[in-house]
Write a protein that binds this ligand. Structure first.
Ligand code: BTN
Length: 675
C-alpha cells in the first residue's frame, strides 16, 4: 500500500537521506512513530530511519554524523538543521533486566527489525516513495484505533516493563482502545514496571495524565497505576473520572491528591519525589493544593490572604485554578458563583503580587544584608501583612518590619525546612527549645528511624560535649548546636576515618554559602576565623548489626558577643557576629548546613574519597607549616605539621628528625586549651 509522502521540510530531507543510502546499494526506510503519525495526519517532529547499512557505512556516506548509540547500531545524521537517527536493522537477544537486551544482532532484515518493536502501530516502515511495509498489520489497527502488541504480548512486556505504561499512554494520547489479548497480558504484567527507572515512568505518566479524556480512563487497573507511579495502594480508579474535568497535568495531579489523600499537602511531596518530579513541579502542585484547601476552609469568610506566596508566584490564575478544583470536589458549589466570589475577594486586597510592594529584594540585600531564600521569605511575610491590611505599603514601614522579622525569626524548624535547597523538604528535623546534648538525641533518633539522615538542633544545649571528654558551652539563644545523624550501610561503613575532615570542609562551605569566606580549618576539624575558634565538631559512631550510626555534632558561636564567653576563653574564641559585624540568621545557617551535609552523604555514597578534596582541604587548612602539639592518647607529639596525605593523616616532623603520622588525634595549643 502507498501513502502520500509528506512534503514538509523534515520529510523531504529524510527522503534525500533514504536516496543517498539506497544509491550506495543498501535499503533504508522511515520507521516507527513518524510513519504512524503521518498516517494519522499528526505533526511529526522526530524521524527515525532503519537501514541495512552498517553504522560505519552511514558515517562514511554523510558529512556530519554522531555515533549516538553505536552499540545499538545508531548513528545520528545532521542535515540542514535537522537530526535523524539512522539505525542498522537489528534484532534483540533476551532481556535480563526487564529493560535492556543482553545483546543485539544486526544480521537481519526489515521484517526482523520491525518484529522487535512494541506495538503494531509503531512497527510500520515507509520507503522513499511512500510505499508502506506493514508485516504486523499496524495500518488496520490504526484505522480501528487499537493498540496491539507485536507478537506475544506477555513476552513483549516482560522484555521491557516500560511498554506496560506505553500501552496505556498510546491509548490515552491517540484515543485508542487496547486489543483484548494485549489487555489480558497487561493485567498480569504490572510487576514488570518495577524494573523501570522512575524518570522513564514519569515521562510516560505525564504524557498519559495530560492526554487522558473521559470516559477513557477506567480500563487501567489500579495495580498498574500503583507500579507505574510507585505510589503504593494508589486507587486511581476512584478519581480518574473526575480528573478529566480539569486541564493541565499539574491541575490534574493536584486534583488526584485532593481526591485520594486525606493529608494531601503533607503526602504529595513524598509521592511526587518518588516519581522524580522536579522541585518546581512539586511546588506548583503544592501551591494549587494549598490554595484549594485554604479557599475551602476559610469559606465563606475568606478574610485573609494566606497563600500570598503562591498567588504572587503563579499569578491570580492560581486562585481560579484552585476554585475549579473545589467545584469539582463539591457538587454544591457552582463555578460562576465561586469565580465571582474569588474576583471580589481579590479586589478587596490592596496588593496582589510581590511586585506591588513598595520595596524589592535588592533593598533587603543592600540594607539588611539578607541573602538567598530568606529574601523571598521576608518579602512573602511583608506581602501577607500588607495584602491583609495589617501594614502600610510604604518603604519605611516595610523596612522596619523586615528588620524586626529577620532578627526575631529565632530558630524555627518550619522556616529552616522552607529554606532547604537541596535536602529533601521532608527530611527528619528535630528542634528542641532546650536539651542536654544534640549528639545524644540524634544517636537515639537515628536508631529509631529507618532513614539515611536526620538532623537535631537547639540554641540552648545544657550539657554539650566536646572532644577529649571536655564540655562544650554555648551561650543560650546565641549559638547553634546541630547534630546530623547518618545511617551507613554496606561498604559505606568502612571509610569512616574521613568523616571528621569531610565535616570540616562541609561546615566551611556552608559558611561560605552565606557569605562568610574567612573560615579556616585547624586539623582535623575545628573552624577558626581570624585565629580564633568559632566552631567545634564532635564526630561519634555506633555499630549496630550491619549498620553504623554516625553522628556529626557541630557547635557554632553564631550571635554571641565577647562578653557572653567566660573570661579565660575570651582571647581564644569568637563568633560569627563578632567577625562579620552583624547578626547572622541561625535559620539560614542551619538550612545551609543541612543542605551541604545532605550533599556530602550523596557524594559519600557515590564513593567520594578524601583524596578528591585534599587540595581544597589544604587550601583552607591553617595547620600546615605550624609548630604544633598533638595529643595522642597519653602522649604528646611536638613538631612541625608538614603535610596531609591522601587519607587525611597529618605528618609531623619532630626535633629528632622523624616524621610521625597522626591518624586520629587533636591539635592543642597548650595543655590548658579548652576550646
Ligand atoms: C570540640 O571542639 O571539642 C567539639 C565541640 C562539639 C560541640 C557540638 S554542639 C552540638 C553537638 N552536641 C554536643 O554535645 N556536642 C556537639
Amino acid at each position: 500500500m502507498k501513502i502520500i509522502f509528506p512534503s514538509t521540510e523534515n520529510f523531504q530531507l529524510a527522503k534525500s537521506l533514504l536516496q543517498t543510502i539506497e544509491k550506495s546499494g543498501e535499503e533504508a526506510y522511515i520507521v516507527g512513530g513518524a510513519v504512524r503519525d503521518t498516517i494519522l495526519e499528526r505533526q511529526v517532529s522526530d524521524i527515525d530511519i532503519a537501514t541495512s547499512a552498517t553504522p560505519e557505512k552511514i558515517i562514511q556516506l554523510f558529512a556530519k554524523t554522531l555515533p549516538t548509540g553505536i552499540a545499538h547500531g545508531t548513528v545520528s545524521v545532521y542535515e540542514h538543521d535537522h537530526w535523524f537517527e539512522v539505525t542498522t536493522f537489528r534484532e534483540e537477544g533476551p532481556y535480563d533486566d526487564g529493560r535492556h537486551p543482553r545483546y543485539v544482532h544486526f544480521d537481519t532484515n526489515l521484517v526482523g527489525d520491525l518484529s522487535r518493536r512494541d506495538f503494531t502501530i509503531n512497527a510500520m516502515a515507509m520507503d522513499q516513495n511512500g510505499e508502506l511495509r506493514d508485516p504486523f498489520h499496524g495500518y488496520d489497527d490504526l484505522l480501528a484505533k487499537i493498540v496491539r502488541a507485536v507478537g506475544d504480548a506477555k513476552s513483549r512486556f516482560q522484555e521491557d516493563g516500560l511498554r506496560v505504561a506505553r500501552a496505556f499512554r498510546f491509548a490515552a494520547t491517540l484515543g485508542f482502545t487496547i486489543a483484548e489479548s494485549t489487555m489480558a497480558a497487561l493485567s498480569s504484567s504490572a510487576s514488570f514496571l518495577d524494573k523501570v527507572a522512575a524518570e522513564r515512568r514519569l515521562e510516560e505518566w505525564s504524557k498519559f495524565l495530560g492526554a487522558l479524556t473521559a470516559p477513557k480512563c477506567d480500563w487501567i487497573p489500579d495495580a498498574i497505576v500503583s507500579k507505574w507511579t510507585g505510589w503504593n495502594d494508589f486507587l486511581f480508579s476512584t478519581c480518574c473520572h473526575q480528573i478529566t474535568e480539569v486541564d493541565g497535568v499539574y491541575d490534574r495531579l493536584a486534583l488526584i491528591f485532593l481526591l485520594t489523600e486525606s493529608n494531601a499537602d503533607a503526602r504529595l511531596e513524598t509521592m511526587m519525589r518518588t516519581l522524580r518530579y522536579s522541585r518546581k513541579g512539586i511546588e506548583e502542585v503544592l501551591a494549587l493544593v494549598q490554595a484549594s484547601q485554604t479557599w475551602r476552609m476559610t469559606s465563606p469568610i475568606r478574610m485573609t490572604l494566606p497563600f500570598g506566596k503562591a498567588l504572587s508566584s503563579y499569578g491570580e490564575s492560581l486562585l481560579e485554578r484552585a476554585v475549579r478544583l473545589n467545584v469539582i470536589q463539591d457538587p454544591l458549589l457552582t463555578l460562576d458563583d465561586e469565580l465571582a466570589l474569588s474576583i471580589k475577594w481579590l479586589n478587596e486586597h490592596p496588593i496582589r503580587t510581590l511586585k506591588d510592594l513598595a520595596i524589592q529584594g535588592s533593598d533587603l540585600i543592600r540594607d539588611l544584608s539578607v541573602q538567598g531564600p530568606m529574601i523571598g521569605m521576608a518579602l512573602e511575610h511583608l506581602f501577607d501583612l500588607v495584602a491583609n491590611n495589617q501594614l502600610d505599603n510604604t518603604y519605611e514601614s516595610l523596612m522596619k518590619e523586615a528588620n524586626d522579622w529577620i532578627m526575631e525569626t529565632v530558630t524555627d524548624e518550619q522556616v529552616i525546612r522552607k529554606l532547604l535547597q537541596t535536602a529533601p523538604k521532608n527530611l527528619l528535623i528535630y528542634e528542641y527549645k532546650k536539651l542536654s546534648s544534640t549528639n545524644d538525641v540524634a544517636r537515639e533518633k537515628i536508631a529509631e528511624a529507618r532513614v539515611p539522615m536526620l538532623a537535631v538542633f537547639t540554641d540552648h544545649q545544657e550539657s554539650g560535649r566536646g572532644r577529649q571528654g571536655r564540655a562544650w558551652v554555648l551561650p543560650p539563644g546565641k549559638g547553634l548546636a546541630l547534630s546530623l545523624a547518618f545511617r551507613l550501610e554496606g561498604e559505606d561503613r568502612y571509610r569512616l576515618q574521613e568523616w571528621p575532615l569531610f565535616a570540616a570542609l562541609t561546615v566551611r562551605s556552608a559558611l561560605s554559602s552565606i557569605g562568610i569566606e574567612k573560615a579556616r580549618i585547624k586539623w582535623p576539624n575545628d573552624i577558626f576565623i581570624e585565629g580564633k575558634k568559632v566552631c567545634g565538631i564532635l564526630t561519634e559512631m555506633r555499630t549496630i548489626d550491619k549498620e553504623v550510626h554516625l553522628v556529626v555534632g557541630i557547635g557554632i558561636n553564631v550571635n554571641a558577643e565577647l562578653n557572653d564567653f567566660p573570661d579565660d576563653l575570651k582571647s581564644k574564641v569568637t563568633s560569627l557576629k563578632i567577625t562579620q559585624m552583624k547578626s547572622i540568621s541561625i535559620n539560614m545557617l542551619t538550612a545551609r548546613l543541612i543542605d551541604e551535609f545532605y550533599e556530602l552523604l550523596l557524594k559519600y555514597q557515590a564513593k567520594k574519597r578524601f583524596s578528591d578534596q585534599k587540595e581544597e582541604y589544604e587550601r583552607y587548612c591553617i595547620t600546615l607549616g605550624q609548630h604544633v602539639h598533638v595529643r595522642q592518647g597519653h602522649d604528646t607529639v611536638i613538631g612541625i605539621a608538614q603535610r596531609i596525605d591522601e587519607e587525611g593523616t597529618l605528618w609531623i616532623g619532630n626535633d629528632q628528625g622523624s616524621v610521625i603520622p597522626i591518624r586520629s588525634g587533636e591539635i592543642i595549643e597548650n595543655s590548658e586549651d579548652r576550646v
